[in-house]
Design a protein. Structure first.
Length: 211
């Protein structure tokens, strides 16, 4: 014979922090946020990366409720754009009402609605867009960024999109490091003897560099 077993899970109410715990946490956070120290840091290294993308104007098919001015090969059709909720008569119901021991049928009417489709013109068309046909990249950890030697020259209906990112790493006497990003001009202006200041809060968290 099988035995029916019932298990009761004990659910404990969530613990509420005491005033002392709340105050201790607030003081700790306040100490972290306000006890900011500044330490000198020196330039420890460079890093850079460069990318290029060759794009060409190519036809692409689109669709929508509107047609841009540069569209061609436009095809139109009628499609449901949305639905309007409209009145559609009444539903009649009867219910029995007892009064003075006698039954009486009472008629009730309920408004009925339906969804009426609203049609608009839907367009399909072709337009030229910039599409990637080739790409490349280069990277290094020196102070002399270079574009890849294989970078092509754009032809008719093509364009070359170039981008780059540049960063420097700074370190203090304890070996802690900070990374900062620059635009190309500011990055090239950095020299090996540059000295910056780094901000550290009372909890040892890093808060960026100060020139």
């Amino acid at each position: 014979m099988a035995l029916d077993e019932t298990y009761h899970a004990r659910v404990e109410a969530p613990r509420v922090a005491s005033r002392h715990e709340v105050r201790t946490a607030w003081l700790a956070k306040n100490h972290c946020d306000h006890a900011i120290q500044r330490v000198p840091v020196h330039l420890a290294g460079f890093a850079w990366s460069r990318t290029w993308s060759l794009e060409a104007l190519k036809p692409e098919t689109f669709s929508g409720w509107k047609v841009p001015s540069d569209a061609r090969e436009v095809h139109e059709s009628r499609q449901v754009h949305h639905y309007d909720r409209v009145k559609d008569g009444y539903d009649v119901h009867y219910r029995t009402v007892w009064k003075h021991g006698k039954a009486k049928m009472v008629k009730q009417k309920t408004r009925r609605h339906r969804d009426e489709p609203v049609y608009r013109t839907w367009y399909e068309y072709v337009r030229d867009t910039w599409q990637q046909v080739d790409h490349g990249s280069s990277a290094g950890k020196d102070h002399a960024p270079r574009w890849p030697s294989s970078m092509p020259h754009p032809k008719a209906r093509q364009r070359l999109v170039q981008d780059g990112s540049y960063s420097a790493t700074f370190a203090d006497d304890q070996g802690r490091t900070w990374k900062a990003t620059y635009d190309l001009e500011a990055w090239q202006a950095l020299t090996p003897d540059v000295v910056m200041e780094a901000r550290i809060d009372g909890c040892g968290r890093q808060h960026g560099l100060v020139p």
